[in-house]
Design a protein around this ligand. Structure first.
Ligand SMILES: Cc1ncc(C[n+]2csc(CCOP(=O)(O)OP(=O)(O)O)c2C)c(N)n1
Ligand code: SF4
Ligand SMILES: [Mg+2]
Length: 306
């Protein structure tokens, strides 16, 4: 194949590597978007394992990433689904794959709105059936592509277009919901911990049955933060205990992957204009952090993953 015969955007800028990455250059993701790094590492992991994927994406920024027909920023086949239905569509894709005796991964790539909120019923149904698919939620804690409304993943105190004074409810614990389904693999991932991130991708891509990954995904547009600080912010979240890195196998065996060093979370909030100092109850936040960690530690000590 000559260079001119390559699909649109298939040549990585500044390199003579000829390939078709999962996320092609020239996409419209905002600078500092966590999705860009997450999709790139997912594409790398698929490449290293010599796997291909069919990807189902509900309405979300990830669907916008594809761009306008007839071009696409995705280097693998993608289906744009309705907001609530990506696990149901992916279940269908997986069934057809199996009938055809093909080996492709079926992957859902979904936002927190599509996962914690409107897609929760179809996600739970797919998990209960233990569908052979990988579900990845990039959690930017907001309805990003529709202008920044709150979701049930939005943390307390965050100002959004529908919570102008700061959200009063706490963040839904979607990891506990998924682990309660007893599916083979559930893990939380941080872009500030690339080795752990990539290992979990490999584990998920080499496990059968339903797998669920939760990525804490910085969104400078919604978080009103500096794009260059995206990775620092999610690192702060792990260090302070706001975002716990752990994995759970079959709902039974647990492992904490990174112990928080209990750094003060204040700086995490200060660097994002979505939080106003008065809207964040630091005492309540510290209590929430401590309680969630304690509960997880009890599980990880009592039922350690081998
Ligand atoms: C039934 C339905 N309700 C509302 C919408 C409008 N809508 C499209 S995407 C979206 C928010 C998506 O938020 P999230 O899943 O967190 O992804 P993000 O935009 O943050 O990437 C909404 C409200 C829709 N497409 N369908
Ligand atoms: S709005 Fe947020 S999630 Fe959407 S592309 Fe921009 S940075 Fe990424
Ligand atoms: Mg979102």
């Amino acid at each position: 194949m000559t260079m001119s015969e390559l699909p649109v955007n298939a040549v990585l800028a500044g390199s003579d590597r000829i390939c078709d990455p999962l996320l092609r250059p020239g996409n419209t993701n905002c600078g500092g978007c966590g999705m860009s790094l997450g999709l790139t590492w997912l594409g790398d992991a698929l490449g290293e394992l010599d796997q291909k994927a069919l990807i189902a994406i509900p309405a979300c920024c990830g669907a916008v990433t594809a761009g306008a027909f007839p071009t696409t920023s995705y280097g693998m086949p993608t289906v744009a689904t309705t907001f609530a239905a990506s696990p149901a569509v992916a279940s269908g894709l997986a069934a057809i794959r199996d009938v055809n005796q093909e080996m492709d991964q079926v992957i859902c790539w979904a936002g927190d709105g599509g996962t914690y909120d409107i897609g929760l019923a179809t996600l739970s149904a797919a998990a209960e059936r233990n569908e052979d698919l990988l579900y990845i939620c990039y959690d930017n804690e907001i309805y990003g592509n529709t202008g920044g409304q709150r979701s049930s993943a939005t943390p307390p105190g965050a100002r959004t277009s529908t919570t102008p004074e700061g959200k009063t409810e706490s963040k839904k614990d979607v990891m506990s919901i998924l682990t309660a389904h007893g599916i083979p693999y559930v893990a939380s991932l941080s872009l500030a911990h690339p080795e752990d991130f990539k290992r979990k991708l490999r584990t998920a891509l080499t496990t059968s049955g339903m797998r669920f990954l939760l990525i804490h995904s910085p969104c400078p547009t919604g978080w009103k933060s500096e794009p260059s600080e995206s990775v620092d912010l999610v690192r702060w979240a792990v260090r302070s205990g706001l975002f716990l890195l752990y994995e759970c196998f079959h709902g039974k065996w647990w492992r904490i992957n990174e112990e928080p060093d209990w750094i003060d979370p204040t700086e995490y909030f200060r660097r994002q204009s979505r939080f106003k100092p008065d809207n964040v109850n630091l005492e309540e936040t510290r209590r929430w952090i401590r309680n969630r960690y304690k509960r997880l530690k009890v599980l990880a000590d009592a039922f350690p993953a081998s």
